[in-house]
Write a protein that binds this ligand. Structure first.
Ligand code: SAM
Length: 239
């Protein structure tokens, strides 16, 4: 069966949203992947259908109830082979390496938090892996889930036009991508770098490698420090 994302959310109408168009949307319509958005509120038990309550110990906002969320997770019937993720600013920052792993598997369950977050006991009790999409706070997990799913779906077999486009881009080799150019040949007085139109594939490849290294060293010293095979002073050019 195709790769599947099962999303638990209080706003199922936010899905597929932007994933219903372009590359991901065509692949969804073509059955290359599946999306199931399940309403957490359907697992509420009281007559007000409440899903949240005030935080124990006081403080602002509301917390998603453990009993309601656990029931929603259990009702989704997720097999043991599928990762169970919780979108959370406290999570491990999402990387292209984790995206690749997730894309290779059967597809995750993704819990979208709201309010001040979710009761810790459901995170522990259901073994949720907290995943962050960056060091900033969104109002809910839905946009984070859409970002994660988008990053996975474009790597699924048959989704991207040219298979190669996933292997040469930013992070695939631990580096940021080299600059890209296309026609017109001259734009506001600046031509495309001559080497790219030279037809010399080896020279193009080494130019791109050097540009990638220089960009990574200048913009992302954290990534640059993790490149094992780097040659001193290659990529040291200022950007
Ligand atoms: N009080 C929480 C904290 O300080 O960690 C923030 C809760 S946030 C307003 C509500 C929900 O949005 C979170 O439970 C999470 O699901 C989602 N969210 C917010 N920022 C996120 C991020 N950077 N990555 C992933 N999910 C995020």
């Amino acid at each position: 069966s195709p790769w599947r994302a099962t999303v638990l959310t209080l706003f199922p109408e936010m899905f597929p949203g932007p994933l219903g168009v372009s590359l991901a949307g065509r692949a969804l319509a073509g059955g290359l992947w599946e999306l199931e958005a399940r309403d957490i509120r359907a697992s509420a038990t009281d007559r007000h259908r409440s899903v949240d309550d005030t935080p124990a110990g006081g403080g602002p906002g509301m917390v998603l109830r453990a009993d309601v969320l656990a029931a929603a997770i259990d009702a989704a019937g997720i097999g043991p082979d599928r990762p169970k993720l919780l979108m959370s600013p406290r999570g491990r920052p999402l990387t292209q390496a984790r995206v690749l792993e997730l894309a290779k598997g059967p597809g995750p369950l993704i819990v979208c938090g709201r309010f001040e977050g979710v009761d810790q006991r459901v995170i522990d009790g259901r073994g949720l892996e907290e995943v962050s999409i960056g060091d900033y706070v969104l109002s809910g997990g839905e946009i984070a889930a859409l970002a994660l799913i988008d990053a996975c779906v474009r790597l699924l077999p048959g989704v991207m036009g040219k298979e190669a486009s996933g292997t040469e881009e930013s992070f695939s080799d631990g580096l940021l991508e080299y600059p890209q150019y296309t026609r017109p040949q001259r734009f506001e007085g600046t031509p495309i770098p001559e080497i790219l139109t030279s037809g010399d594939h080896a020279k193009v490849a080494s130019w791109r490698r050097e540009e990638s290294e220089a960009l990574t060293a200048a913009r992302r010293p954290d990534l640059w420090a993790r490149i094992p095979s780097k040659v001193p002073n290659r990529g040291g050019r200022q950007k």
